[in-house]
Design a protein around this ligand. Structure first.
Ligand code: FEO
Length: 172
């Protein structure tokens, strides 16, 4: 059994992961519209990763005999000025998610809920990777600036991204 406050917080975070998926799908649509097919592919992979994150929360809540509460998902933004702006917002979003994960970890410690604490550790590690990846892309985009050739090459490189399970990663 999960304490009611912990269960509410996990359900709230389930919605955050779905919002993240929705958010990155909006970014994929934006890149498709701007004919950055590679960036769009990268965002589609990110969208799928976030769905997998949401599924982890869904399964964990059920495994602990909690009741999953699905709520309305907020509409994401649709427009950004540049690829750099998109990835800067991606990093900011991931930093917000990291803070939310930390808040969940704090709550699990307050509740002496070791099972939830262990479950959340996967996300603590994942968030380090999420932030590092976005930071790296931002640095590359800053180097490229407005150079069309550079953007073309970056678009092609990011378009090589594979689904996480094909990269040999854990369940994404
Ligand atoms: Fe589910 Fe990108 O954190």
């Amino acid at each position: 059994m999960i304490a009611p406050k912990m269960l509410d917080a996990l359900n709230e975070h389930l919605n955050v992961e779905f919002y993240s998926a929705y958010y990155y799908l909006a970014m994929a649509a934006h890149f498709e519209d701007k004919d950055f097919k590679g960036f769009a592919t990268w965002m589609r992979m990110q969208y799928q990763e976030e769905l997998a994150h949401a599924a982890k929360f869904f399964d964990f809540i059920n495994d602990r005999e909690g009741v999953v509460q699905l709520t309305r998902i907020e509409a994401p933004p649709q427009e950004w000025d540049t690829p750099l702006a998109v990835f800067e917002r991606t990093l900011e979003h991931e930093q917000e998610v990291t803070q939310r994960i930390y808040n969940l970890v704090d709550l699990s410690l307050e509740n002496r809920d070791h099972a939830t604490n262990t479950f959340l550790q996967w996300f603590v590690t994942e968030q380090v990777e999420e932030e590092a990846t976005a930071s790296e892309i931002i640095q590359q985009l800053k180097l490229v600036g407005n150079d069309g050739n550079g953007l073309f090459l970056m678009d092609r490189e990011l378009g090589q991204r594979m689904p996480a399970d094909e990269e040999g990663a854990d369940a994404a």
